[in-house]
Design a binder for this molecule. Structure first.
Ligand SMILES: Nc1ncnc2c1ncn2[C@@H]1O[C@H](COP(=O)(O)OP(=O)(O)OP(=O)(O)O)[C@@H](O)[C@H]1O
Length: 253
């Protein structure tokens, strides 16, 4: 059975107002909406980080009841503007992504075994971090740090990746690279759910777009429908026109 991520009637006063959503794996879903719409609240609730009223399940299992380690194996979460707790080097940070898979996580902080090494190596390559692996996090640029934090999530090889504005501090090339890496994950059956502010990126790279406003889902569907010019006018209060062919659209304001 597909590993569906299901949210039912998620509610948190002032932040989420009865949000229900079924997300399918193997697809890239973008969550869009203006500041304060509830995007981060929704994604952190789905990641199990923000307690809310309502129900959440993964593959039919109640998410809040799951052991944290089991949940960490299944679901990788990249918070908005994420910071690392310690000033370790990039390689160590990424190896920490393997922790949920280790038999005695408190005793073995280093990646061990062929599978761990392969997952770490792939994550380093996917985020273009080979030349930075020995650098302490405190000596990285904001975008480099963001890539390292995402590489840690990828190293855990979760079945779901939830990322809150992963493109926020990335340059154009690394932003595209990140989307390509996440698309590869989706092709391999991973569920990908991203908060995106860049509507062009959502339009061209997502399979499905969920638009939120004031704690509620306003539209949900194929990017062209969910992000129509009418919706953009209504939700963002901006008059824009989509130009260019499908898959390479740009919003002209
Ligand atoms: N810790 C908090 N306590 C109380 N209210 C909060 C808290 N964090 C956010 N909010 C409020 O909840 C609402 C939704 O916030 P949320 O961060 O989910 O929005 P968002 O869509 O992710 O916004 P942005 O695009 O600005 O990141 C906003 O009205 C915000 O002011």
């Amino acid at each position: 059975m597909a590993m569906m991520l299901c949210a039912r009637n998620l509610t948190l006063a002032g932040r989420l107002d009865d949000v229900s959503l079924d997300l399918s794996p193997g697809r890239v879903t973008a969550i869009c909406g203006p500041n304060g719409a509830g995007k981060s609240s929704l994604v952190s609730a789905m990641a199990g980080v923000l307690p809310v009223a309502g129900a959440l399940s993964l593959d039919g299992h109640d998410l809040p009841a799951m052991q944290p380690r089991e949940r960490a194996r299944l679901l990788g979460y990249l918070p908005q503007g994420g910071e690392a707790a310690w000033d370790v080097c990039v390689r160590t940070l990424i190896e920490l992504g393997r922790l949920p898979w280790q038999a005695a996580p408190l005793h073995r902080a280093h990646a061990d075994g062929a599978q761990d090494r392969e997952a770490v190596t792939q994550a380093i390559a996917a985020m273009d971090l080979d030349h930075l692996i020995d650098r302490p996090l405190s000596r990285l640029s904001g975008g480099e740090r963001a890539r390292a934090l995402l590489a840690r999530v990828l190293a855990g090889r979760p079945r779901w990746v939830l990322a809150d504005e992963p493109l926020a501090s990335l340059d154009l090339g690394h932003g595209l690279r990140l989307l390509t890496a996440l698309r590869q994950q989706a092709v391999q059956g991973v569920g990908v759910c991203l908060v995106l502010h860049d509507l062009g990126m959502a339009m061209n790279h997502a399979d499905r777009v969920v638009v939120m406003d004031r704690g509620r889902v306003v539209t949900d569907g194929a990017p062209g429908d969910a992000l129509s010019e009418d919706v953009i006018a209504q939700v963002w209060g901006v008059t824009g026109r989509w130009l260019g062919p499908e898959g390479a659209r740009a919003l002209s304001l």
